[in-house]
Design a binder for this molecule. Structure first.
Ligand SMILES: O=P(O)(O)OC[C@H]1O[C@@H](O)[C@H](O)[C@@H](O)[C@@H]1O
Length: 285
């Protein structure tokens, strides 16, 4: 059986368990911040993270919408859109022998006053589904167009995956994929072999493939659903200082493997229609 409870501190949190799995999810950003399989934590969460509307929680799985980074033309703020900085409403909370599901909802009314909303004023509703199971979590975002005109957006589930040993980490599944390198003015390259981390890494891959993280004895699988891109990011020692909510050594503790649809893969949804994408993050059997 699985159980859960609203947290009384850091308002909006929800903590639950399902067998050996414990999880935490926040109304702020509909953000998973923790999934622990016994004592093996899947996600990095910064000790310096803040938990207040108007800012984003550094770690877990932020929901980036309706744009990625500073948008397709590089002129939008705040970074990664506005929904990760506002509180969502919990509309579903169900546990059974197969797992525990939370449904978080947001609509145009909740973001009316959000910074950046004027850049994307469309009438929309979004549901973020967190399905916690024995081996990890499935996160799905469904966006519905409530307006009279088609809407276009970028979307990304910005997973901060905890790693034990960044020096030895290998990510497989991207060999042969084209990518734009944000550390080299968005120049285009082809991935040769595995991805490893030897310097600041910030890449937008054109790939819908599942990825595997080989982190010492741990093997973590990232599956994607309706996701044409994967962003891989680590600021490394050279880049970490510009993030006030990351400690000086935190770059050693995570890599971001982000499922999404960005740039030329932005999604257009007709009036009354909806679109779902997602990612499943689990420990290999
Ligand atoms: O600080 P933010 O807005 O959460 O962004 C963190 C990183 O997110 C990644 O997705 C981007 O590719 C990076 O360029 C960016 O630095």
């Amino acid at each position: 059986m699985s159980e859960g409870e609203r947290l009384t501190h850091r308002s909006g949190g929800y903590r639950g368990d399902h067998g050996p799995v414990t999880f935490t999810s926040y109304a702020l950003g509909a953000q998973v911040t923790s999934v622990a399989l016994g004592d093996d934590q899947l996600f990095f969460l910064s000790d310096l993270a803040t938990y207040r509307p108007g800012a984003a929680i550094r770690g877990g799985v932020p929901v980036c919408f309706p744009w990625f980074a500073d948008g397709p033309d590089g002129d939008l703020a705040p970074s990664h859109g506005f929904v990760r900085k506002v509180e969502w409403e919990l509309i579903g909370d169900r546990g059974d022998e197969t797992g525990h599901e939370l449904l978080w909802r947001i609509g145009s009314e909740q973001v009316a006053a959000a910074d950046g909303r004027e850049e994307w004023p469309a009438d929309f509703e979004a549901i973020c589904r967190h399905a916690f199971g024995e081996d990890g979590v499935l996160i799905e975002l469904t966006v519905r167009n409530r307006g009279a005109e088609p809407i276009t957006f970028e979307e990304l589930l910005h997973s901060y995956l905890r790693v034990d040993d960044l020096d030895a980490l290998r990510v497989t599944g991207l060999a042969g994929a084209r990518y734009l390198d944000k550390t080299r003015d968005l120049a285009e390259f082809t991935q040769e072999g595995d991805v490893s981390f030897t310097g600041p890494t910030d890449r937008i891959y054109a790939s819908d493939a599942s990825l595997t993280l080989h982190d010492g004895d741990r093997t973590i699988i990232v599956d994607k659903i309706n996701s044409a891109n994967t962003v891989v990011w680590n600021p490394f020692d050279a880049g970490v200082a510009k993030f006030a909510d990351l400690g000086p050594d935190d770059w050693r503790r995570f890599v971001c493997i982000e499922a999404g649809n960005v740039r030329e893969n932005a999604i257009t949804v007709d009036p009354g229609a909806e679109h779902t994408f997602g990612t499943r993050i689990r420990r290999a059997p």
